[in-house]
Structure formats: C-alpha cells, structure tokens
Design a protein around this ligand. Structure first.
Ligand SMILES: [Zn+2]
Length: 156
C-alpha cells in the first residue's frame, strides 16, 4: 500500500513560478524543482522571519518535518543560485490556508479557512443555504477531488 500523501497547509501560491539565470538558453539550463510547500517554508522562515515552531504550526506539520522541508528548499535554492540553474516552483501536496468557495445556485463567493475544511463539514452557501457549492481555484493550478485537494506533478 502506498503511503497516503501528507497534506501541508500553505498560505499562498507564488504568482511567478519560474526563474532563470540571464543569458543562458533554456535548452542548456538545468532546472531545480521547488515544491509549493518548500516555497512556503522559505517564505515563512526566511521572508517573514518566524520561528520554526510557528512555521510548523502554520503548515500543520511537525517541527522536524518543517526542518526537513526548509533544509531541502534552501539546498535547492543554493544549488540554483550558485550553479546557475533555473528554478521552477510546482508540485507537492498542499492545501491553501483559505479556500474560496462559490455557490452553484446564486454565484455567491466566500472564503472558508483551512481549519474548517479539514473538519469535513459539508459547506453550504451562506446566502441561500444551498449545498451545491464548489471550490474556486487559483488560476493555473489543477485540482482533483471534491474537497479541492491538490496534488501536482513532481511530489516532494
Ligand atoms: Zn447560494
């Protein structure tokens, strides 16, 4: 039996997902793949300056797991910077911290926090109580499953 994927919570999905060194043709470039949760680890720890404990809590993972994800992310970034490789951010198992839902009936849109989604309660439209609702996805990101869990190519 394959292990079920571990879902990590991320607070954002980067808009720019590809970086390349200037002056090197794409065909000659090696590419580093950073998963979305690795990008999130870097964002929380290095950009926002949070303690590892806080970062782990925000992503709903253990501190050792966060440490491992962060270490992997930093190593990849260093490799890309120092060895002139391109960076592509994609893949991994993640949930957005906030999920936007839309009502199939009256088109009402609202945000549902991750904590509510993981309780598995059925979502209903806040304006008409209709259960005919579906998650609205960020542009450019695929999605599978009724609750909108995303599993993108590559993995961790
Ligand atoms: Zn509605």
């Amino acid at each position: 039996m394959p292990r079920p994927p571990k879902w990590r919570r991320v607070g954002f999905i980067p808009e720019v997902t590809f970086f390349k060194p200037a002056g090197i043709p794409l065909a000659h470039l090696e590419e580093i793949r950073l998963s979305v949760e690795e990008a999130e680890a870097i964002r929380l720890k290095d950009l926002e300056g949070l303690e590892q404990e806080e970062c782990a809590q925000k992503m709903l993972i253990s501190r050792p797991t966060f440490h491992r994800v962060l270490g992997s992310a930093r190593k990849k970034l260093a490799d890309a910077l120092l060895n002139g490789k391109a960076i592509r951010i994609e893949g991994g198992n993640f949930e957005m911290a906030i999920r936007r839902y839309k009502c199939g009936d009256d088109g009402e849109e609202w945000d549902v926090p991750f904590e509510k989604i993981v309780t598995g309660l059925p979502q209903v439209c806040p304006s008409c109580d209709n259960p005919n609702v579906y998650p609205v996805h960020a542009p450019g990101f695929g999605c599978a499953g009724r609750r909108g869990r995303r599993r993108m190519g590559g993995g961790l």
